[in-house]
Design a protein around this ligand. Structure first.
Ligand code: FAD
Length: 360
């Protein structure tokens, strides 16, 4: 291991909190080192925070950043309304009226008013301000791995993500700004209190002149309201299984219907007897086989849908437990699912084997 790099303050994580800390230390004339595991700031375009409240704007004012925030935010004359509808071309439900940045009054308690500034603009703006003050050793592509504390400070082990090379950093203070899943927090055994409320997916799409192509105007954000996706997903999957089983059953029966019926034409039997004695028994093994195979896909499909698109269900719970590092619950959920899936598979396989003699 090489000799440690000395720094008065080591900041782990270059999100808004880590960058603000580095900037504030620099503004007060203090040096620091910031390690960020990503190769840069805002490399990945993510839809995250979109507004800066008065208190944050007051801090930006101290750092001399207010005009830079106003330059990168949303157009200042655009209404700030939240619009509720079924889709951009669908039914309008309601609107929370919020004035544009130009018309919004500055509250009497503060010299600054709220600003719209998406995080994908704000974080790089902070990073540039940190670099301009030139008191922070900003190390991108470097991840925190572990730490040791003693009476005089902290020694952290950092890892270069691209090469895997590890080296120590020696600091008077180490400050964890590495987000909700903080590895620093976990390395000193600080538990995560509370639970994750929701799970969100971000997708950034640019559409030129979007506002001109739909009738529901003047929204800064559109909240699309529809029936809960969870029930629909499960229903779709179950219908999918039934469809597959019916199709396979029909194909199987129609393959052998002609020959069998010709042989039965001479015999004195009713249609009901043919159904009960010929169709059902000859279909049963293939129906069970199809049910078993289709349920494997449906099981996986429902779990994935619950993890990403639902607020209920075992898939949603497993996803939450994983996010919150609730390992006993996570493992219990996964094992329970595996047991149910294996039990179902084996039960149907047993029936399949039992009725295989009917496959004639
Ligand atoms: C969809 C969405 C919408 C949101 N909307 C709002 C909003 O409107 N208003 C609002 O105030 N907030 C909002 N938030 C929350 C806001 O984005 C977060 O509160 C904020 O990003 C937290 O900042 P942070 O610096 O603490 O953590 P993060 O932004 O998570 O930054 C942590 C940084 O640490 C780095 N890191 C992690 N582990 C390591 C490691 N081992 N070594 C080195 N670096 C590491 C990560 O790469 C990351 O860059 C939203 C979040 C989401 C996801």
């Amino acid at each position: 291991m090489p000799e440690p790099i000395d720094t008065p303050v080591l900041i782990v994580g270059g999100g808004p909190v880590g960058l603000s800390l580095a900037l504030d230390l620099a503004w007060r004339g203090n040096r620091s080192t910031l390690i960020e595991r990503e190769p840069g700031t805002g490399v990945e375009l993510l839809a995250k925070a979109n507004g800066l409240h008065e208190r944050t704007m007051e801090t930006c004012r101290r750092w001399g950043l207010v005009h830079k925030v106003m330059e990168v935010g949303f157009p200042r004359d655009h209404a700030g309304d939240s619009v509720y509808c079924t889709s951009l071309m669908g039914h309008f439900i309601g609107r929370s009226v919020i004035p544009s940045a130009n018309l919004r009054p500055t509250p009497p308690e503060s010299p600054e008013k709220r600003q719209r500034c998406p995080q994908y603009e704000f974080d790089p703006l902070l990073a540039r301000a940190v670099q301009e003050r030139a008191l922070t050793d900003l190390r991108y592509g470097v991840a925190f791995r572990d730490l040791e504390q003693d009476d005089h400070g902290v020694t952290a082990i950092a890892r270069e993500v691209a090469t895997g090379r590890e080296y120590p950093l020696r600091a008077g203070y180490l400050i964890a700004c590495d987000g909700a899943g903080s590895r620093v927090r976990r390395s000193i055994d600080v538990p995560f209190d509370g639970r994750m409320l929701d799970f969100s997916l971000s997708a950034m799409i640019r559409i030129r002149d979007l506002a001109e192509h739909h009738p529901i105007r003047d929204g800064e954000r559109y909240i699309l309201i529809g029936p809960d996706g969870a029930g629909k997903t499960s229903t779709f999957q179950i219908l999918g299984a039934i469809f597959l089983v019916m199709t396979m059953g029909w194909l199987f029966v129609s393959e052998r219907r002609q020959g069998t019926l010709k042989r039965l034409q001479a015999a004195p039997v009713t249609r009901g007897q043919i159904l009960a004695r010929v169709y059902v028994p000859s279909m049963m093994p293939v129906l069970l086989e199809t049910l078993r195979i289709s349920m494997i896909f449906n099981f996986t499909g429902v779990m994935i849908a619950e993890m990403y698109a639902s607020r209920t269900g075992i898939g949603h719970l497993i996803s939450n437990w994983g996010e919150n590092f609730q390992l006993p619950q996570l493992f219990a959920g996964v094992i329970l699912l595996a047991v149910v899936a294996i039990a179902f598979n084996e039960a149907v396989r047993f029936l399949e084997h039992r009725y295989s003699a009917w496959r004639t």
